[in-house]
Design a binder for this molecule. Structure first.
Ligand SMILES: Nc1ncnc2c1ncn2[C@@H]1O[C@H](COP(=O)(O)OP(=O)(O)OP(=O)(O)O)[C@@H](O)[C@H]1O
Ligand SMILES: [Mg+2]
Length: 261
């Protein structure tokens, strides 16, 4: 059964999309069957895979509507997934996804649409990674209800600690009501320059507050990680031996261990 992991942080630009795509690729290199769900209307995970969102006829938006409006037919659902483009599969997003928040009431069944959708594929994949937007709307709630695990990527700066505190508050709220099974797999420091006192002290503070076992291996600052999406490539296609590629392999290994493998 698939291990479902949501990557979330209300703070924008904290490395959610970069981590989703490159962890999917790193897990695929470890022979895992992986699905990436692009749950952000910015569609940056989709674009990072070299797909142009406006050319898509089916995306997460249509599938969420299908799930909301009628009983699900597996054949229809499968048309939404892009296969064979990368070593992992992709359920893409396009800008329409932003409208979903206005079109569906943010309560009841509409909070479990993504969970219902993913049930259809839980036996096909080993890992499902959900790239969430930097907001706390209906889509993020859907992601946090669908997932078993939460990874919070953060840039180790002073201000990101506030975002981290907000995210743990959200985790407790979700645990208390909508999804008691959601657990923190780890906090993932990204864009790290470990030569700076700031990065080292923020990481030390995370270790003290959350415990060493909730701190995932750090991903160093690497411009190659920022360049790869403009070519529609993962880091393993673009620069497989760079720092970022090696670091995400370490994170993937930690995920396998924490996910119970
Ligand atoms: N380790 C890294 N080294 C250098 N640049 C990085 C690294 N990780 C991410 N970046 C860059 O930082 C920027 C923000 O990253 P990313 O888009 O993954 O964040 P995000 O949390 O998904 O953003 P949003 O909240 O807008 O969805 C991007 O330009 C990305 O290429
Ligand atoms: Mg993003």
């Amino acid at each position: 059964m698939a291990t479902i992991i949501a990557l979330a942080n209300r703070k924008g630009g904290s490395g959610k999309t970069t981590s989703t795509i490159n962890l999917a690729a790193a897990l695929a290199r470890k022979a895992k069957r992986v699905l990436v769900v692009d749950a952000d209307s910015q569609a940056q995970a989709t674009i990072s895979c070299g797909i142009l969102p406006f050319q898509l006829s089916t995306s997460l938006y249509e599938l969420m509507h299908l799930a909301a409006d009628q009983p699900l037919v597996k054949a229809e659902l499968d048309t939404g997934i892009i296969r064979g483009n990368k070593p992992f599969d992709l359920l893409p997003a396009k800008a329409d996804l932003a409208a979903l928040e206005a079109e569906l009431t943010p309560a009841g069944n509409n909070q479990v649409l993504l969970k219902d959708l993913l049930l259809r594929w839980e036996n096909i994949y080993d890992y499902i990674l959900i790239d969430l937007p930097p907001a706390l709307g209906l889509i993020t709630v859907n992601g946090l209800i669908a997932a078993r695990w939460l990874i919070i990527p953060i840039e180790p700066t002073f201000l990101s600690m506030d975002g981290l505190a907000q995210m743990t508050g959200i985790l407790y709220k979700i645990n208390a009501g909508l999804n008691p099974d959601l657990s923190l797999m780890g906090i993932l420091p990204v864009k790290c320059d470990l030569r700076t006192n700031l990065a080292r002290s923020v990481i030390r503070e995370i270790r003290q507050n959350f415990g060493a076992d909730r701190l995932l291996p750090s991903v160093r600052h690497d411009i190659k990680l920022a360049e790869a999406p403009s070519f529609g490539k993962t880091i393993y296609e673009y620069a497989p031996s760079c720092r970022g590629a090696l670091d995400y392999q370490q994170v993937a290994a930690a995920i396998l261990t924490r996910g119970g493998e």
